[in-house]
Write a protein that binds this ligand. Structure first.
Ligand SMILES: [Zn+2]
Ligand SMILES: [Zn+2]
Length: 338
């Protein structure tokens, strides 16, 4: 099959590699779409801890099952699926206590030590494959992986009905988090992004209050402030805006050695909670349900699709910050606007 291979950090090639064959509990998926996200760029650059090369990238995937292992019962050839890329060991102290998303031996298709979906076919454990309802668009469905991560963020929050949410960053994750807020019981949701193009997209997907700076908003503080940027300036701007008794959530991924400043006395005096959220945990099937229920306006979030051969062009475009969500379509022969 044809596959994009990260041969070593900074070096990619489109190669012919052996077709994957299923182990007893595996499925083989003919890949329809695979989203490109910031994680792929980190893996390509060699600054994502745990990546081993050569590696086929790609972890936001949808497709059709074309082969199943001898012991697979719940999934059959012809099923349309999305794939949870997380591969946890199931044996470490964290896994056995249910926190498999922070597994001590964490692995992830296309990110860490196992090949991903930027290829014609993907091998995955059958329990990681989730059936798509018939009326769901298979290309739009690649957004279910990041949506599962956004739902994990809400699971990690101490939520109550009628709270006011402030979200930093109108990239894919910020937009998914903001679109879920009304479903999670928010009284209002505001989103901050200095980039005018991303603000326009936030308005397009239906976010009510979209601003370049939180100073432009009509509230002094919010019950829940979520950073979906990983940018230190945004984190330092957002934390002091949490209402007494409220919660700050760190969702955005900051550089490994970055530090942020905050006033410890304010955490004590105002009883502020700080919570993290990593990848997804028991949220994939709910992400499928929410997507099928129309909770997310995903169409405006995508802009371009690329063939496998144009993977490098897609990555360059992503780095330049052009377009919206970019997608690889391994079975396609033409790249273009979606
Ligand atoms: Zn991703
Ligand atoms: Zn584990």
């Amino acid at each position: 099959m044809r596959a994009v291979v990260f041969e070593s950090p900074g070096k990619l090639a489109v190669q012919n590699v052996d077709d994957p064959t299923p182990g007893p509990t595996d499925v083989i998926v003919e890949v329809a779409g695979v989203g490109i996200c910031g994680t792929d760029v980190h893996v390509f650059d060699g600054d994502y801890a745990g990546s081993q090369y050569p590696l086929i990238p790609g972890h936001e995937v949808s497709g059709t099952v074309v082969a199943v292992g001898t012991a697979v019962g719940a999934i059959a050839t012809g099923d349309r699926v999305v794939v949870d890329p997380t591969l946890a060991c199931g044996q470490c102290e964290r896994c056995v206590n249910g926190a498999y998303n922070v597994c001590a031996n964490w692995n992830c298709l296309g990110v860490a030590r196992t090949d991903g979906a930027s290829a014609q076919y993907l091998r995955a454990p059958a329990p990681n494959a989730y059936l798509l309802p018939d009326d769901v668009d298979i290309y739009q469905a690649t957004v279910i992986e990041p949506l599962a991560c956004a739902i994990r963020a809400y699971d990690a929050l101490p939520r109550r009905l009628g709270e006011h949410y402030l979200i930093y960053g109108a990239g894919t994750m910020g937009l998914l988090l903001a679109q879920l807020a009304p479903r999670a019981g928010a009284a209002s949701v505001s989103i901050v992004d200095p980039n005018a193009g991303r603000r326009a997209l936030a308005t397009e997907v239906g976010i009510e209050k979209v601003v370049a700076s939180a100073d432009q908003l009509d509230r002094p503080n919010w019950d829940v402030v979520i950073d979906a940027t990983g940018v230190i300036a945004a984190i330092e701007d957002g934390l002091p805006r949490v209402k007494a008794g409220g919660t700050f959530q760190q969702f955005g991924v900051a550089p490994v050695d970055a530090t942020a400043r905050y006033l410890p006395i304010s955490i004590v005096r105002d009883e502020i909670s700080m919570v993290g959220s990593a990848a997804s945990r028991y949220t994939f099937s709910r992400a499928v349900e929410m997507f099928a229920a129309g909770a997310i306006r995903s169409e405006p979030m995508f802009s371009h699709s690329f063939t496998l051969d144009d993977y490098g062009l897609a990555m360059d475009m992503f780095r330049r910050g052009e377009g919206r969500k970019l997608q690889i379509r391994p079975q396609a022969t033409l790249s273009g606007e979606m």
